[in-house]
Ligand binder design. Structure first.
Ligand code: FAD
Length: 482
């Protein structure tokens, strides 16, 4: 019979596990393969009309459809709840099997289970493949077959496993089996307004071509990645997170490219550091899959006892953080970057998350939800992982008594204020010494720079020294629980 490949966070037509298996099975057993994407109303319902990610996905789908057509097929696009659309479409197309690449988020797992049972009622099945990561679930285990909860030993075991199983990054070929793609006559991609969303600029170059463009631009910078990656004023990182999120690139392809470079002695000291970041992504995906409670609760239960600020003051402080008006320039510039572009540099995610939790005393889950709404690359596993790291509630997290100082972080990682000036032009006239803490600058000096504090830029919403003390007290319950 025919089959369906249901695309979700794997918007590409090369090195694609589900597509490969569907096509290969069809070549062997007969039947045609239909490629399908569903704009899932269960997900879209919660998003604003100007959501950047929906525009990005839309552009990726246009390219995916074109590429599938070049291969002889095309993309069927539907708008509805996936749990209804998929079973209906399978019946319409006479598809006995729906092939998908696995997703490790709790909601996606529940959705897939619902789709699988609806399909099963009619004698059809959902087949799930590993695609978005090199190693998943329980593929990387300790010697005693336990799960890792600390990154470095996990990474060493991950690397060891890859060395003994190099085929884990072999590409899933598409072209040799493309004849099994069902040819489509009409394009079915609705316009953004038809989907209830606005047209607008893309947050990043989209599609497989966008990912290729970013990766090629990054490779010459790879050698410096290890030393430059922490400085938001430099463009030292790959910006590939949105592409890894939506699967317009293949992580196997990225790892293979790194391996080839390293074998040739290229990529310098940066290559293993960048590979480590890709492994962090898999570590967090594994952690979320194995411990789904971390989506809403601390990884370490003792930390559930921490009491966060509540009430109007907390809500006001939270609003100031969201809107970048805390009075701490690096934090505010970072939030401005997030709010205007949907991206935030990794160092700044750490700084702003730490500031929310340890300077404002606010529940990390508020911040996690805010990032989820704003980040183009939002990925529950990495976001929850990053937030729980910063809040000290996670696995392998920053210890709770280590508290970033937002001023020294600024002096260290944006020493000349290049990043701050880019996002806070009202502070651009301050020199490199003053820009990190404008409230310490004498009024006449500020005046000479044309800045009036509280009018042009806020006074700090909290005093870091006092906030630090409060945080140590707040987290003392954890110490007491031991
Ligand atoms: P590069 O430095 O070029 O790294 C390459 C890739 O490795 C990234 O694209 C990403 O896929 C992966 N990666 C890098 N750092 C990490 C990390 N610390 N954890 C997991 N994967 C990593 N990343 C997301 O993709 N989605 C999120 O929702 C997300 N939320 C975060 C929240 C917090 C509080 C923190 C501290 C980090 C978060 N990260 C998240 C991780 C990281 O900040 C971003 O992946 C990175 O900034 C993306 O930029 P890049 O593609 O240029 O990264």
């Amino acid at each position: 019979s025919n089959s369906i490949v249901w695309f979700r966070r794997d918007l590409r037509a090369f090195d694609h596990a589900a597509l490969h298996h569907a096509l290969r099975d069809a070549v062997q057993n007969g039947g045609e393969v239909y490629c399908v994407f569903v704009f899932d109303t269960d997900i879209l319902a919660g998003l604003p009309r100007n959501d950047r990610r929906v525009r990005f996905i839309h552009a990726c789908l246009a390219e995916l459809d074109a590429e599938l057509r070049r291969l002889g097929g095309g993309l069927i696009v539907r708008h509805g709840a996936a749990r209804d659309s998929l079973p209906r479409l399978a019946a319409e197309l006479g598809a006995g099997t729906v092939y998908v690449n696995g997703d490790y988020e709790p909601d996606a797992i529940a959705r897939d289970a619902a789709v699988a049972s609806a399909l099963a009622l009619e004698g059809r099945r959902l087949l799930v493949f590993k695609d978005g990561v090199v190693f998943e679930k329980n593929e990387v285990l300790t010697l005693s077959k336990g799960l890792y909860s600390v990154f470095t030993p996990y990474k060493n075991a991950w690397l060891k496993r890859l060395a003994s199983q190099p085929e884990a990054v072999a590409p899933w070929m598409i072209e040799p089996y493309a004849a099994a793609l069902a040819p489509l006559l009409e394009a079915s991609l609705p316009t953004l307004p038809e989907l209830g969303f606005d047209d607008g600029p893309l947050p990043a170059p989209a599609g497989m071509s966008g990912a290729t463009q970013l990766f090629e631009a990054f490779l010459p910078r790879l050698a410096d990645y290890g030393t430059a990656r922490d400085f938001p004023g430099l463009s030292a990182t790959s910006q590939l997170s949105i592409h890894l999120r939506f699967g317009t690139t293949s992580v196997r392809h990225l790892v293979r490219t790194l391996q080839q470079m390293m074998a040739l002695g290229a990529g310098g000291a940066g290559a293993p550091v960048w590979l480590s970041e890709l492994i962090w992504r898999e570590f967090y995906a594994m952690i979320l899959f194995q411990h789904p409670h971390i989506a809403g609760r601390s990884f370490k239960p003792a930390f559930d006892a921490v009491e966060w600020e509540a009430g109007d003051t907390a809500r006001e402080l939270f609003a100031a953080w969201c809107e970048g008006r805390t009075g701490y320039p690096l934090v505010d510039a970072a939030m401005a970057q997030l709010n205007t572009t949907g991206f935030m540099h990794n160092r700044l995610r750490m700084v702003t998350a730490s500031f929310l939790v340890k300077d404002l005393g606010i529940d990390w889950r508020w911040g996690e939800r805010y990032f989820a709404r704003q980040l183009n690359d939002y990925d529950m596993a990495s976001n929850v992982g990053g937030w729980q790291w910063a809040a000290s509630t996670g696995c392998d997290a920053q210890p709770w008594f280590r508290i970033f100082n937002p001023v020294t972080q600024s002096q260290k990682f944006d020493a000349r204020g290049v990043f701050i000036r880019q996002y806070l032009p009202q502070l651009a006239t301050l020199d490199a010494r003053d820009i990190h803490a404008p409230w310490l600058v004498p009024a006449d000096e500020l005046e000479a720079c044309g800045i009036v504090l509280r009018k042009d830029y806020p006074w700090p919403v909290v005093d870091h020294g006092e906030a630090r003390q409060k945080t140590l007290e707040r987290f003392a319950v954890v110490k007491a629980a031991r």
